[in-house]
Design a protein around this ligand. Structure first.
Ligand code: PMP
Length: 361
């Protein structure tokens, strides 16, 4: 395991300390004779895991009391539909800012449920930048606005979220949650699949302003109703207990590392190393994202031609690098730089990129 440098875009690395702790404790939890995934989700032992993970999330992300924290299933993709089911009524339109494939998918799912509108988009520019977006002047019939904080496939990220008016703002933070502080005053709901920065797949984190929850459609089947899940503290049905346990360990690890500010510092430092290689390469490596919109989590770039890209990826694989190929829809290369990627691995990658350029440039 120590010989691989895992840059997978998701699922992606989990901190080594978390895996070690899970190995020691997950299979005979606190000497109970039961693995975490063998316990009743209605037992005090499991409830300890469940509510501790929520409390730790609240603590590290400084989530105000006006928000509920939910642990749901179905991935971020089910949220695409649940958001519209819960908040898009017949007389209203849901507003989407298109910044990549995942926002397109969010829009598509919502469009199957009700009326949608595109507020801003950078599609014409191959999603190389985050578009200028004014949320202060939206029509009153806008049900909510949906943004994608970090665009995993194209490698762009909102460095700051826009100010807003009274229209609720909902943000997909699947690929940068826990890597940055969240300005809650400008946000009504955040959601994220856990499998990048928050643990393993199976649990989706949903953090929602209670006033938004109050406005939700109350005629839905209970299993699709945020209100139902919130009223039951995410124990309406069996939650993904093992995944929630791992999220608890990850949030504990983040606290031990120095909290979200430290995660943000590390992300910046590691990403800068790779962007420096790109910027100093005399266009041997060309970044996909415009510099002002660059992501600290997913760094996307191309080489001079596809042949060299193939060679780069083949040699990288031989050296133990995993997950450096771009998404199948866009090609090229991508370095996913999530919280659990050690700085040492980024240094090895930087040196490999420099060496490859020397040999092939
Ligand atoms: N949104 C973003 C930004 C993503 O990166 C992903 C997954 N890579 C998704 C949504 C979809 O997540 P899931 O597979 O958990 O449905």
């Amino acid at each position: 395991m120590s010989n691989v440098y895992n840059f997978n875009p998701g699922p992606s690395p989990i901190p080594a300390e978390v895996l070690t702790k899970a190995k020691a404790n997950m299979f005979n939890y606190e000497q109970s004779g039961m693995a975490v995934m063998e316990m009743s989700h209605r037992s005090p032992l499991y409830e300890g895991i469940h509510f501790r993970a929520m409390d730790q999330l609240k603590d590290i992300l400084q989530i105000p009391d006006e928000f509920d924290i939910l642990f749901l299933q179905g991935g971020a993709s089910l949220q695409f539909a649940m958001i519209a089911l819960n908040f898009l009524s017949e007389q209203k339109k849901a507003g989407y800012v298109l910044t990549g494939s995942w926002s397109e998918k969010a829009l598509k799912e919502a469009s199957a449920i009700g009326e949608t509108t595109i507020i801003a988009s950078s599609k014409d520019n191959q999603y190389r930048h985050i578009p200028q977006t004014d949320l202060t002047n939206l029509p009153n019939d806008t049900a909510y606005v949906h943004l994608t904080s970090n665009n995993t496939i194209y490698g762009t990220q909102w460095s700051q979220f826009p100010d807003r008016s009274k229209i609720p703002v909902i943000i997909d933070m699947s690929s940068d949650i826990l890597s940055r502080t969240i300005p809650w005053e400008n946000i009504d709901m955040v959601y994220a699949g856990a499998q990048k920065n928050a643990g393993m797949s199976g649990v989706t984190l949903v953090i929602m302003r209670k006033t938004l929850l109050e406005s939700a459609n109350n005629t839905l089947p209970p299993s699709l109703s945020y209100k139902q899940h919130a009223d039951k503290q995410s124990l309406y049905n069996t939650p993904p207990t093992g995944a929630i346990y791992i999220t608890g360990l990850v949030t504990e690890w983040i606290t031990q590392q120095g909290g979200i500010e430290e995660m943000a510092r590390q992300a910046e430092k590691k990403a800068q190393m790779i962007y420096d290689v790109i910027d100093n390469s005399n266009r041997f490596y060309t970044g996909h994202a415009e510099p002002a919109s660059r992501s600290l989590m997913n760094i996307t770039f191309r080489l001079p031609n596809e042949e060299l890209e193939k060679k780069f990826l083949t040699e990288a694989k031989e050296k133990g690098f995993i997950g450096l190929n771009g998404h199948r829809s866009v090609g090229g290369c991508r370095v996913s730089n999530y919280n659990a990627v050690p700085v040492e691995h980024v240094i090895v990658l930087k040196e490999f990129m420099e060496h490859f350029m020397e040999q092939n440039g």
